[in-house]
Design a protein around this ligand. Structure first.
Ligand code: FPP
Ligand code: MG
Length: 326
C-alpha cells in the first residue's frame, strides 16, 4: 500500500469512525480555553485511528456487538494514546507530529504536560462508566504499561540493549495498547473467552510489528510521508531494533558503533553519518523481517476467530501496519 492510499479496512466501521471523529473534535468544548485550543489543534489531524478501528472491528466478534459503550471505549483508548503522544513529544523534544507542530512546539512544555494530563483524565472519565469493571481495570493497567515502557526507555543506561530488552520495552509502551483495544472491545461485547484471547494475541503481535516498523521508518522514512522528523531516535540516543541488528551485522568495531549510537548531544552531522551507516547495514532488512514475523503471528491468531468480513479487515490492518510508510 502506498502512503496516503485509502485502506479498505476502514469501510466496515466508517459509521462508527465518523461518530468518533465528531466526538474527538468536541473534546475541548466547554473546557479551559488553552486546553480547548490544544485539543482543536490535535484533533484537526486525527491520525490513522488504527486503535479505534481495532476496537470497532473486535467488538463485532461478541454476541452484544458494537454499541454506544464500544464508542466510549474507542474514544477512551484514543485519548490515552493521544495523551501519551503529547507527553512523549515533551520527552523526545519533538517539534512535529502528523505533519503539524507538536503541542510543546506551539505552546510550551508546561502547557503540553497539563494538556496530556487533561486528555488522560477525559479518557479515564469515559472508561469509568463502562459496564464491565474488568475493562475499566484494563484501561488503567494499559496506562501503567505505557508508563512502565516509557520509564524503562528514558531511564535506560547509555548502552545498546539486547533484542529481548528492546522487545520487552515496546510490548509495554506500544503493544499493550493494541492488545487492550482488541481484548477490551471483545470483553465488552461478550465475546467467547477463546475469541477474547485470540484478539488479545492478535493485538499484541500487530503492536510489536507496528513499533518495529515505526523504528525502521524513523531511520529510513520520508519526513513528508511520516509527518515527523526522521532520525529522532539517534538524536535522542534511543537505540532501537534496526540499530541493534546494524551493530550485530558489523564486521568492524562493534563497540565503536554502539558508543556513537548511545552518545548524547550528537551534532546534526553525526546523526547524518550514523543514519547513512545504519541504512547501509543489514539491520533495516533484518528488523523488517522481525516485524513480518510478528505480523504472521497476528494473522495466525486470527485463524482462531470465526470467518467473517471483520476477520478479513483485521488481516488487512495487519498488512497495513507492516507496509505503511507513515
Ligand atoms: C511513542 O514512542 C510513545 C509511546 C508509544 C508511549 C508513551 C508513553 C508515555 C509518555 C507515558 C504517559 C502516558 C499517559 C497516558 C499520560 P516513540 O517515541 O517511539 O514514537 P514516535 O516516533 O511516534 O514519537
Ligand atoms: Mg517519540
Amino acid at each position: 500500500m502506498t502512503a496516503g492510499a485509502p485502506a479498505g479496512f476502514y469501510g466496515l466501521v466508517e459509521g462508527e469512525l465518523e461518530e468518533l471523529r465528531r466526538r474527538l473534535h468536541d473534546v475541548g468544548r466547554g473546557a479551559h480555553p488553552t486546553f480547548a485550543a490544544a485539543a482543536m489543534h490535535l484533533f484537526a489531524t486525527p491520525g490513522k485511528l488504527l486503535r479505534p478501528t481495532l476496537v470497532f472491528l473486535s467488538a463485532r466478534f461478541g454476541a452484544a456487538g458494537a454499541g454506544g459503550m464500544t464508542l466510549d471505549l474507542a474514544e477512551s483508548l484514543e485519548l490515552v494514546h493521544t495523551a501519551s503522544l503529547v507527553h512523549d513529544d515533551i520527552v523526545d523534544r519533538a517539534a512535529l507530529r502528523r505533519n503539524v507542530p507538536t503541542v510543546n512546539a506551539v505552546w510550551d512544555q508546561d502547557v503540553a504536560l497539563i494538556v496530556g494530563d487533561y486528555l488522560f483524565a477525559k479518557a479515564y472519565a469515559l472508561a469509568a462508566v463502562l459496564p464491565k469493571p474488568e475493562v475499566i481495570a484494563m484501561v488503567a493497567q494499559t496506562v501503567f504499561a505505557l508508563c512502565d515502557g516509557e520509564l524503562t526507555e528514558i531511564s535506560a543506561p547509555a548502552r545498546m540493549p539486547n533484542e529481548s530488552e528492546y522487545l520487552e520495552r515496546i510490548e509495554l509502551k506500544t503493544a499493550s495498547l493494541y492488545a487492550a483495544c482488541c481484548q477490551g472491545a471483545a470483553i465488552l461485547a461478550d465475546a467467547e473467552p477463546e475469541h477474547v484471547a485470540a484478539l488479545g494475541a492478535y493485538g499484541t503481535n500487530i503492536g510489536l510489528a507496528f513499533q518495529i516498523t515505526d523504528d525502521v521508518l524513523d531511520l529510513v522514512g520520508d519526513e513528508g510521508d511520516l509527518g515527523k522528523e526522521v532520525g529522532r531516535d539517534l538524536a535522542e540516543a534511543m537505540p532501537t531494533l534496526p540499530m541493534i541488528y546494524a551493530v550485530a551485522d558489523m564486521d568492524g568495531d562493534r563497540r565503536e558503533l554502539s558508543r556513537r549510537i548511545v552518545a548524547p548531544d550528537k551534532s546534526p552531522g553525526e546523526v547524518r553519518e550514523l543514519l547513512a551507516a545504519i541504512r547501509a547495514s543489514g539491520g533495516i532488512e533484518r528488523a523488517r523481517e522481525r516485524a513480518r514475523g510478528f505480523h504472521d503471528a497476528a494473522v495466525e491468531a486470527l485463524g482462531r476467530l470465526p470467518e467473517r468480513p471483520e476477520r478479513d479487515a483485521l488481516r488487512d490492518v495487519a498488512d497495513f501496519v507492516l507496509a505503511r510508510e507513515r
